[in-house]
Every structure is written in structure tokens, then in C-alpha cells.
Design a binder for this molecule. Sequence first.
Ligand SMILES: NC(=O)c1ccc[n+]([C@@H]2O[C@H](COP(=O)([O-])OP(=O)(O)OC[C@H]3O[C@@H](n4cnc5c(N)ncnc54)[C@H](O)[C@@H]3O)[C@@H](O)[C@H]2O)c1
Length: 312
Amino acid sequence: MRVLVTGGAGFIGSHVVEALRDAGHDPHVVDDLRSGSLKYLPTDVPLHRVDIRDAAALGEAFETVRPEAVSHHAAQVSVSRSVREPAADAEVNILGMLNVIEQAHRVGVDRFVFASSGGALYGETSVAADETTPATPISPYGIGKWMGELYLRWAARELGIAAVSLRYSNVYGPRQSLEGEAGVVAAFCRDLATGTPLTIFGDGRQTRDLVFVTDVARANVAALQQAAAGECLVANISCGASIEINRLATELTAVCGAGTVEGPRWEPARPGDIRHSLLDPGLAADVLGWKPAVSLREGLEQTAAWFAESMS
Ligand SMILES: NC(=O)c1ccc[n+]([C@@H]2O[C@H](COP(=O)([O-])OP(=O)(O)OC[C@H]3O[C@@H](n4cnc5c(N)ncnc54)[C@H](O)[C@@H]3O)[C@@H](O)[C@H]2O)c1
């Protein structure tokens, strides 16, 4: 399958590109490189350096590639920026996504996978959220992801596109950006690599459901292969297990062999941070045949090794 991966030079998108190649598909990338990097892309994967807000340039890229499928990862990814600049967020995450859907339809794309967010849609979860849990986004970023899912549902019903919205939990792994709100694993790895004490916001008893990036990439391949025309499947992509941030700090410190680094510092909780986030991945197992395969320990080791090398 010829697949156009938007945001394919970014953290998750570049792993999707690799997983598609490994599965025998033909990935092409649209990315304006605002946070992604050419060095994350295999040299033989074509990059179209295009801003998805620019419908004409995006149209040319679609015309050149003529993809059969789209994996849509390009996005404004900062929740706090979405709060400060909601219109700028919507320009990329709502209008930009609509440009991608329109161009996909125009060139006859029949499969479309969208990177949505379980954390931003479900918010605080006292029990594992499944796909019937109501979406109650509280940030413009979350509202944009919800709108994206609704537009994709419309595209499936009205345009006949086979669509899948994958609601990721907290994704971690090599190549995660340290800009803006770095994921907690990336921020800890950076600090351990530079011998800086870890900073924990709040009491550290908050929990996250961490899923390794290569597992997320495999879920994308499965979703593209199994999407059915006229339908819009929504599936959580997560481990279905949560870890306290205090324990994560201990485990990662052990993985890095950094026992001599001064212990963590606890800072006041950040406004807007949710306390508990946990998603049920059961539907993805049933419908996509997908389960996470990388253990937390293994994922932390790979991530820490990548950060140690990239920061040396
Ligand atoms: N990282 C997570 O835990 C997580 C969780 C849920 C959902 N997501 C979603 O997954 C997707 C990928 O996120 P990521 O963590 O890999 O972030 P990332 O910043 O590494 O990747 C985003 C990519 O999109 C590109 N991009 C941004 N705006 C663009 C534009 N206007 N035109 C063209 N390209 C543009 C960037 O250059 C970058 O390569 C996003 O849609 C994000 O909302 C991520």
C-alpha cells in the first residue's frame, strides 16, 4: 500500500514510517519539519516539506504521491499552547486536518488513520476508560482531537473512506521531543543523561498509562490494513496498566544506573495536569488483533539508551 504519513518526520510518525516499510508498504511523508527532523527518516523515503494548513501545497503533494492510504500525525501537539492560542491550534488540528481529508478524498484515498488522544478526550479516569466512555475534552487541543474524530466519522459515512481513530495513551520512546511539554519519560531521560535531579510535579502519586512507540506504530499498520469502507472505528491504544510517577522515577533511575544522582525534587503540581489516566485497550485486541508487546522495562531501557546517545 502507498501510504502518506503526515507528521512522518516526528516522534511517532517516523516510527510509523519504519513499521510500514517493515510490513512491505510504501510510505511517503508530508511534514513541515517544525518539530520533526529529516534525520529520523530513512533516506529513501520521500519527504514533501509542506504545511498542512496550505491547501494548495498539500494538494500538490497528494497529486505527486497519489496515496492509497493516509496516516495522519501532523499536529500542534502542545496542550498548553492550545490554551494560550486556541485559534492557532485549531488552524492546524481542525482546519489542517480537514485539508488532509479533502485532499485524500480528491485523489481517491480509501483508508485513513488518525492519531487521536485518549488522555485529552477522557481526561481524569478513576477506572480504565473504554471507547464508550464519553469524550469530555477540556483543552482546545482535546476539543481539536474530538472534532478531528467527528470529521473523520463524517468522511467515513459520506465519502466512503475506511477510517480509524486511534486514541493513544501516553506514548514514550526514542525520538520523543524535549521541546515544550516533553513526555515524562523523555524529561526524566534527559535529566538522567545530564546528571540532573529529576523534577516531579505534585506528590508523584499521579499515574500514567505508558505505551511504547513501536507498539503504537504497529497499531497504525494493523489499523490501515483492517480499516473497513464506510466505517469509522475508534480504538484505544494503550497498555491498560498504570504506573505512579514516583515509581517511574525509581525504575528509570535504576535502568540508567544513576543511583548516585541526587534524588528527585518535588515541585508544585502544574495547573491542568490530570491525576490519573488509564485506557482499556481491549477493543484494539478484539478488532485489530493488536496488543502491546514491549514491556515497560524494555521500553525504558531502549528510550534511556537513545537519549544517552543523542545527548552525548
Ligand atoms: N506523544 C503522545 O503521547 C501522543 C498522545 C496522543 C496523541 N498524539 C498525537 O500523535 C501525533 C504525533 O505526535 P508526536 O508526539 O509524534 O509529536 P511530534 O511533534 O514529534 O510530531 C508531529 C509532527 O507533525 C509535524 N507538523 C506539525 N505541524 C505541522 C503542519 N502544520 N504541517 C505539517 N507538519 C506539521 C511536525 O514537524 C512533527 O514532525 C500528533 O497528532 C499528536 O497529537 C501524541
